[in-house]
Design a protein around this ligand. Structure first.
Ligand SMILES: Cc1ncc(COP(=O)(O)O)c(C=O)c1O
Length: 308
């Protein structure tokens, strides 16, 4: 069952990593969605829209560029409803995610680094998916999470209302990362309508990053869903910290959060130190299970002692 105001993903308070008593920080655990990430919300909205418009009739499948999470959600949901998904995936996506995509039932097309120079998700995979959708229109419909307003709407209808209700309207700061920007735009739009004073803080990795699912400022152009009028601050964080902060969350808070959550935490702590009082909510997109190889790369000690 997908989350809703009545059945939201959990909101939990950080106890040990935030020293500021006047600025509690809460994490919204999006890995509690049925297929393990925040992308369940967008995937469901995209899939239902295609179905309702008759785009998936006569055995027509889906094709989508994905750094993993959207593909995993879409593949699992599509399979359950009798459709196939071709996921176009950049090679730099961790092996765990590629295998999970296959387990979820996706067909994979992995493209080389040359075709996809951006580490998270490049124009290469987006263009290739578009080419498939055009050249084989009878075979594939492309939801296009980067341009489809249903992505934003999913968060406007679910993530925003859940946070408003769970915090009883007390939220002062929202901390999010940027990929397609569906999460930030949809959630911020809803929350700002409830209280225009809520600060929306986007946290991005530094250039050259290897945090799957995320974009830094130079890569943002690809997402048509980014609305700068809804964002108060964009904080850039050294991408290595995404991994060390994720480990902090695992070992100090009992939250097995993934690297994009680690990045968001680092940005949130900077703002907490700056603004001193408030009520913060961080959207934690997924957990650490898909990133063990990336973790070893950044924190080599995690790999030692794992062989006889
Ligand atoms: C791990 C992870 N974090 C954050 C995001 C960003 O979410 P959005 O695409 O809604 O901006 C994504 C999106 O794919 C993701 O996979």
């Amino acid at each position: 069952m997908l989350p809703s105001e009545e059945n939201p993903t959990p909101l939990v308070r950080l106890n040990r990593l935030n020293p500021h008593a006047d600025f509690p920080l809460y994490a919204k655990l999006e890995w509690m969605n049925p297929f393990g990430s925040v992308k369940d919300r967008a995937a469901w909205a995209l899939l239902r829209d295609l179905e309702e418009r008759g785009e998936l009739a006569n055995g027509r499948g889906l094709v989508e560029p994905t750094s993993g999470n959207t593909g995993i959600s879409l593949a699992a949901m599509a399979r359950a409803r009798g459709h196939r998904l071709l996921a176009v995936v950049p090679n730099k996506v961790p092996l765990e995610k590629k295998v999970l995509l296959k387990i979820a039932g996706a067909d994979l097309e992995v493209i080389s680094d040359e075709l996809c120079p951006a580490p998270g998700l490049g124009d290469g995979s987006i263009n290739l998916a578009k080419t498939h959708a055009k050249a084989s229109a009878h075979k594939y419909a492309m939801p296009n999470q980067y341009e489809n307003s249903k992505n934003v709407e999913a968060h406007y209808r679910t993530t925003g209302p859940e946070i408003w209700k769970q915090t009883e309207g007390k939220i002062t700061h929202l901390f999010v990362s940027l990929g397609t920007c569906g999460t930030v735009t949809g959630t911020a739009k809803f929350l700002r309508e409830k209280n225009p004073k809520i600060k929306i803080i986007a946290v991005q990795p530094t250039e050259g990053h290897d945090v799957p699912g995320l974009r830094n400022i130079s890569q943002l152009g690809v997402s048509k869903l980014f609305d700068s009028s809804l964002v108060d601050d964009i904080i850039e964080v050294d991408f290595h910290l995404a991994y060390t902060r994720a480990l902090d969350l695992c070992q100090n808070e009992g939250l097995l959060a993934g690297p994009s959550s680690g990045l968001i935490l680092e940005g949130a702590l900077e703002i907490v130190a700056r603004d001193k009082s408030g009520f913060g909510v961080m959207i934690f997109p997924d957990n650490i299970f898909k990133y063990t190889s990336n973790m070893i790369k950044h924190i080599p000690g995690l790999g030692s002692g794992t062989q006889p």
